[in-house]
Ligand binder design. Structure first.
Ligand code: 26V
Length: 757
């Protein structure tokens, strides 16, 4: 362990001058280089089986502080910088956030890499080096606007290597180059995130906003994550991207295993591959193809690949379960089509059930079907989700292969989502129960000894107050909005999607607007905070953003209402923003339509940071409720069984609810009333109103009144008994241990991967 003095020597040497004389940019670069070297020291040779986690997304967040924490250097560096008048916070601002992911699926992959390295398990990530990643969001006149996020350019963590692989796309050869980001665990080993890219990518082809020529593969292949797929060219581009990732990845895996002594017939002893959702599914036929080229005949290759690969399902939403018209694959990856056909024939020899075919009667290729047939494990990401897969969505597959199905409830890394983002709370916990919880999260349970300790509860409340103040300062600095840290912070931050039901929150806020104007003020002032990006082509999602931004102005301009209710929308919500927002939250909004949110992981982050959850019995909320007990969570709404029944009967009629219920009618009509039209756009608001009355596919209206009651109960409890609120927050923290991704990864390893050292 280095002292601050030694750290000073290191920095001075790398920068070639006194720390005082360095810019933050220079210090950042020096530290990046230093951390890189320290991380490399922890690279260990692999014995036995190694994991390859293939994923289209890795939402890793900024790396400097995280790596310093994991290397045990954070306090030393901070002390050293402060001794020379430099601030860690300003240093952190110089680092761009890597734009390699979109939401929970990508963040989960990043948490998993941290836990693998922390548990000293050999496990690398495989993905793509997107030049602009997901778009940058800003609001212009109340509307989401998308621009490219040029996060590359300065000094970044991905090191260019000399390793390249040839990948054939539509019959033409391209050279995929490997870049590597070192992933250092907390007191653990160093693994790598392997990212592939082409040398020929050209950001100059980006035109207005995030538009570009989708057919110019050589220049565009890794420009953006999830390019707009509303046309053929966009959908083909997705397949091009996916194949680049899996073909280069599969070649790298085989090369590594052969170097370590595999004869490829014994590949399952050397490699485990986890397929993160369906985006990397083509790795199955690609591996079979590559094994074939090395002389292994088809049936054996299919058996080997089935043993090596495992698949994780992250959603039951039909539109997210990828399926491609056969002619797309014939165009982009003609070399895979004969293999996919043979796999389909093999399936048909196993079962008569046409619903499980890989290629259906309409010549559409179902990627998830291929995954389930030709991997040895299919897992859901929370207990309820896995049950729904087994009993509803994937029932026919479960009947075929009951032994393949298993649950792995998601988790989050406590290093980033507690140690890094909430140092004050971390220090308090450490003082009370010692440092063991950092590596064994179940030790948080020891905090239960303090739930009746007034001094501890007061301290916890003070920490929350400080974090709210810090968020308020950050919002002032970044968006020039002023919020009241003495109000209750109710936060809904996640991708914008109708199933997540930001529109339910919107209707509640309209309801509150009416109530306040009628003199029925809430028990405490409330700040409703949102963070959400909408997919650029998802019209209704963008309309919901517009309605919230418009309502925010309506509330702000009304002096009666603004005393009690403020709506804040964080621009460009990302990992960096989440790290500020989550520690400052009082009430965590997890209000998806039951059955639709596979797990959620934000729910876990908020709980760990001492927020109480207001949620439906969906995803991991169910397990959170089980852990904390019903008095320490606010549950409302229809059950998943009720929702599934309603869908299967097809008898939900939003208009009936609208016509019968005056509260619902009042809130929905307000969308196009004069207050809203004063600031908002009629076309957007009208479309949303019509959607809610005419369709409401995610059943917002049946849960509306229950949501109002539960939320107002939470606000009243918060206002009336702050000490009891703190007590319940502490119970939530102490019961959060289960949701550590270390636990999740240990389960994957014991039941699926069986990794070596
Ligand atoms: C699908 C699609 C479809 C086309 C547009 C772009 C796009 C991007 C991502 C996906 C995959 C959706 C699956 C997903 O992100 N699931 C989330 O996974 C989290 C980690 O398991 C889980 O906590 C969330 O509940 C689940 O929604």
């Amino acid at each position: 362990m280095k002292s601050a003095k030694e750290m000073e020597m290191v920095l001075k040497e790398v920068c070639g001058k006194e720390i005082e004389a360095c810019t933050y940019e220079e210090l950042y670069t020096a530290l990046l280089q230093y951390v890189e070297e320290e991380s490399r020291e922890k690279v260990a040779p692999v014995k036995g089986c190694k994991l390859y986690y293939i994923s289209a997304e890795f939402l890793i967040g900024k790396l400097l502080s995280n790596n310093l924490i994991n290397l045990g250097l954070y306090d030393t560096v901070k002390e050293c910088l402060e001794a020379h008048g430099k601030s860690m916070a300003e240093l952190e601002e110089t680092e761009p956030e890597p734009s390699l992911g979109n939401g929970g699926l990508g963040r989960l992959a990043a948490c998993f890499l941290d836990s693998l390295a922390t548990l000293k398990l050999p496990g690398d990530g495989i993905g793509l080096r997107y030049h602009c990643g997901l778009f940058h969001q800003n609001f212009e006149n109340g509307v989401q606007n998308e621009t490219p996020d040029f996060w590359l350019g300065g000094h970044d963590w991905a090191q260019k290597t000399e390793k390249t692989y040839t990948v054939s796309l539509a019959g033409k050869d391209y050279t995929a180059r490997l870049y590597q980001i070192a992933v250092t665990g907390y007191e653990g080993r160093t693994n790598f995130l392997n990212l592939f890219d082409l040398d020929t990518i050209d950001t100059e082809i980006i035109g207005e906003g995030i538009s570009f020529d989708k057919t110019d593969i050589e220049k565009n292949l890794t420009l953006f994550l999830y390019p707009d797929d509303s046309d053929d060219a966009g959908r083909l581009l997705r397949i091009y991207q996916q194949y680049l990732m899996v073909s280069a990845g599969a070649q790298m895996i085989l090369e590594e295993c052969e170097e370590r002594g595999s004869n490829l017939h014994d590949l399952p002893e050397y490699a485990a591959i986890q397929i993160n959702d369906t985006h990397p599914s083509m790795v199955i036929p690609e591996l079979i193809r590559l094994l074939g080229k090395r002389g292994i005949e088809f049936e054996e290759a299919a058996r080997i690949v089935t043993k090596v690969c495992a698949y994780t399902n992250h959603t039951i939403l039909a539109e997210a379960l990828e399926k491609w018209p056969r002619h797309y694959l014939e165009q982009v990856v003609p070399q895979l089509m004969p293999i996919i056909e043979k796999l389909d024939a093999l399936v048909r020899s196993r079962t008569q059930d046409a619903s499980t075919a890989i290629i259906d009667g309409n010549q559409v290729v179902h990627m998830a079907h291929m995954d389930i047939h030709f991997t040895h494990s299919t897992n859901g990401v929370a207990a309820l989700h896995t049950e729904i897969l087994k009993n509803s969505e994937l029932r026919n597959f479960y009947q075929l292969y009951p032994e393949k199905f298993n649950n792995k409830t998601n988790g989050i890394t406590f290093r980033r989502w507690l140690l890094e983002c909430n140092p004050e709370l971390t220090a308090m916990i450490e003082r009370l129960i010692g440092p063991g919880f950092k590596k064994d999260a179940s030790e948080l349970e020891k905090l239960m000894n303090f739930v009746d300790d007034d001094a501890v509860l007061e301290e916890l409340a003070d920490i929350k107050r400080d974090n709210k103040k810090a968020l308020a300062d950050w919002l002032k600095h970044n968006q020039n909005v002023t919020v009241n840290p003495d109000s209750m912070f109710a936060v809904q931050s996640k991708r914008l999607h109708e199933y997540k039901r930001q529109q339910l929150n919107l209707l509640y806020l309209i309801h509150q607007y009416f109530e306040i104007r009628a003199g029925h003020t809430p028990a405490a002032p409330v700040t409703a905070v949102f963070g959400a990006k909408a997919a650029p082509a998802y019209t209704i999602a963008k309309d919901i953003i517009h309605a919230l931004l418009t309502l925010s102005k309506v509330c702000e301009s009304d002096p009666e209402v603004s005393k009690w209710l403020q709506i804040v929308f964080i621009e460009n919500y990302n990992v960096t923003a989440a790290e500020k927002l989550i520690p400052a939250c009082d009430l965590s909004e997890q209000i998806s339509l039951a059955s639709k949110e596979a797990s959620g992981t934000g729910n876990m982050k908020f709980m760990l940071n001492g927020a109480l959850t207001l949620g439906t019995m969906d995803g991991a909320n169910v397990e959170i409720a089980e852990k904390v007990g019903e008095e320490n969570i606010y549950i409302f709404g229809q059950s998943s069984a009720q929702v599934i029944r309603r869908y299967s009967h097809g008898d939900y009629c939003a208009r009936e609810w609208y016509e019968i219920d005056a509260n619902i009618r009042r809130a929905i009509n307000f969308l196009t009333g004069e207050e809203m039209l004063k600031y908002g756009r009629q076309e957007h608001l009208e479309r949303l109103k019509n959607e809610l009355i005419g369709k409401d596919w995610f059943q917002t209206l049946p849960d509306f009144n229950a949501y109002i009651v539960r939320k107002n109960q939470a606000i009243a409890d918060y206002a009336q008994d702050p000490k009891d609120w703190a007590r319940r927050a502490l119970i939530n923290i102490s019961r959060a241990g289960f949701f550590s991704s270390d636990r999740t990864i240990a389960e994957y390893n014991e039941e699926i991967w069986h990794l070596g050292e």
